[in-house]
Design a protein around this ligand. Structure first.
Ligand code: ARG
Length: 247
């Protein structure tokens, strides 16, 4: 009898079981990354990832809880079980994949560059920015930051806490260029770029975005990948894509 009581506590359940027992799917995300997760005027978090998260919770028959989390702590908080999954436009990188499991990617993007109009004659690609005279920004802890440091090593790199601050400094002329994920930059350019910025929209990195879960949760991973196959084939994905991404 004692065994029966103790065992369930010892045997660690797959996250999939935990979600079902709790009746709630908890999703970690950092809003501010248009069009995947952002805050609307009512203060609600909306976007591509949010719609996907709603679909997952519905298909599982559980409630959805969005957990607003700073980007630089988003993986540590997953590992300490603050939430079940990261759905936050996260690029699948080999480095992150040592710490977390990723579901099959849901979109492929790449780094692009917004530059101030004044340097457009001299700067046609990331290679032309590889000079200490150029102040190039990206966001702390992102693949944009990694790519800038690796591929534009000689620029004067400036790290921003949020993508919005980077764009603001670029528009105000405090920096010369901002490097970031294509979908975000497309919207930023449409909103703030006119007469001030030039958009170098050819991606110079290859970046699949994927949902991250704690390692070893095979059942949860299997569920997510089959869900992805389903929604990609039955029109659900296309609808969400068309709603948030203009093409
Ligand atoms: N794709 C980039 C990365 O993985 C940026 C993602 C930022 N996402 C966010 N919700 N702020 O580093």
């Amino acid at each position: 009898l004692a065994l029966c009581i103790v065992l369930p506590g010892i045997v660690s359940a797959d996250t999939l079981d935990e979600i079902q027992d709790r009746g709630v799917l908890r999703v970690g995300m950092e809003p501010g990354y248009m069009p995947f997760e952002m805050t609307n005027q009512k203060g609600e978090i909306i976007g591509f990832d949010v719609d996907m998260a709603k679909g997952i919770a519905k298909a599982m028959g559980v409630k959805l809880e969005l957990v607003n989390t700073a980007w630089d702590g988003i993986i540590p908080a997953l590992l300490t079980k603050k939430y079940d999954i990261i759905m936050s436009g996260m690029t699948v990188t080999q480095e992150r994949n040592l710490k977390v499991n990723f579901a099959d990617p849901y979109i492929v993007i790449g780094q692009t560059i917004l530059i101030k109009k004044e340097i457009a004659g001299d700067v046609k690609s990331y290679k032309d920015l590889n000079n200490a005279k150029y102040k190039v920004g990206s966001k702390l802890g992102t693949t944009g930051e990694k790519a800038t440091k690796r591929m534009i090593p000689n620029c004067s790199y400036i790290s921003f806490d949020t993508e919005q601050e980077g764009i603001t400094d670029l528009v105000n002329g405090q920096i010369d260029a901002f490097v970031y994920d294509l979908p975000y930059m497309e919207i930023a350019y449409a909103q703030k770029g006119e007469n001030k910025l030039v958009y170098l929209d050819k991606p110079f990195t290859y970046e699949p975005l994927g949902w991250a879960i704690r390692r070893g949760n095979h059942d949860f991973l299997n569920w997510l990948n089959n869900y992805m196959t389903q929604v990609r084939s039955d029109g659900t994905y296309d609808k969400i894509y068309a709603k948030w991404i203009q093409s």
